[in-house]
Design a binder for this molecule. Structure first.
Ligand code: C5P
Length: 224
């Protein structure tokens, strides 16, 4: 059967990665979490106490970054590795979430990440989620999905997910972070978050995960 590229873009915490993982597993495709790459770059910049508004510093730092997704036998998922270190847990922390949208708005950072993402999709049979995948990374993808959901539902979902790992986190903190990231992502100069003209909108506020998957599988069949 023909292998295609599926892109999933949208606001923070719409459930993009959940859907992407389900699709990849159903179709036996590769799943790439492009946000993890921006998070890992941000972690490195924080660790190096860098000024990411200085293009020369950014270029030097990017030359020292190696990103890899490596399969985790226990979880069955791919973990993000930064220079041979598993940073999967660290990149999900608030410290990184608070800065990632600033770092992801830097032109040199985007060029670095996009080039790697395009290489990963070269063989097709891939599901990639992010903010600019259907518009910039794979403008010729066969199936593009733009996900959205009620903001209150998104905050609730993200809070539940983060609270499992950190009982000190507050709903207010999560709400502020999502709003800030969405604002920066949608308003930045380079590759802002927007729906590709040929993307299908998926509002999952009222859908169960099963309903959502069945609906999208129908779109996949139509696209293949
Ligand atoms: O998907 P996730 O929420 O983990 O992404 C973290 C951040 O990385 C986003 O808020 C956004 O600033 C940035 N990002 C991006 N382009 C992508 C994926 C993520 O700018 N393709």
């Amino acid at each position: 059967m023909k292998k295609i590229i599926i892109t999933i873009d949208g606001y923070s915490s719409c459930g993009k990665s959940t859907l992407a993982k389900q699709l990849a597993s159903r179709l036996n495709y590769l799943y790439i979490d492009s946000g993890a790459m921006y998070r890992a770059i941000t972690l490195y910049f924080i660790q190096q106490h860098m000024d990411w508004n200085d293009p020369a510093q950014v270029r030097d730092a990017l030359g020292n970054i190696r990103l890899e997704f490596i399969h985790n036998q226990i979880s069955g998922q791919s973990d993000m590795y930064l220079n041979d270190e598993n940073v999967e847990q660290m990149i999900r922390e608030m410290l990184v979430a608070e800065k990632v949208s600033e770092v992801a708005a830097v032109r040199e950072v985007r060029e670095f990440a996009v080039a790697q993402q395009q290489k990963m999709g070269a063989g097709r049979g891939i599901v990639m989620d992010g903010r600019d995948i259907g518009t910039v990374v794979f403008p010729h993808a066969e199936l593009k999905i733009f996900m959205t959901a009620d903001p209150a539902i998104r905050v609730e979902r993200r809070f539940k997910e983060l609270y499992q790992k950190n009982k000190n986190i507050t709903l207010h903190e999560v709400k502020e972070n999502l709003e800030l990231r969405d604002y920066i992502d949608a308003n930045r100069e380079v590759s802002p978050l927007r729906k590709a003209d040929d993307a299908i909108v998926l509002d999952n506020s009222q859908l169960t995960m099963q309903e959502q998957l069945e609906l999208v599988m129908q779109w996949v069949e139509d696209a293949i």
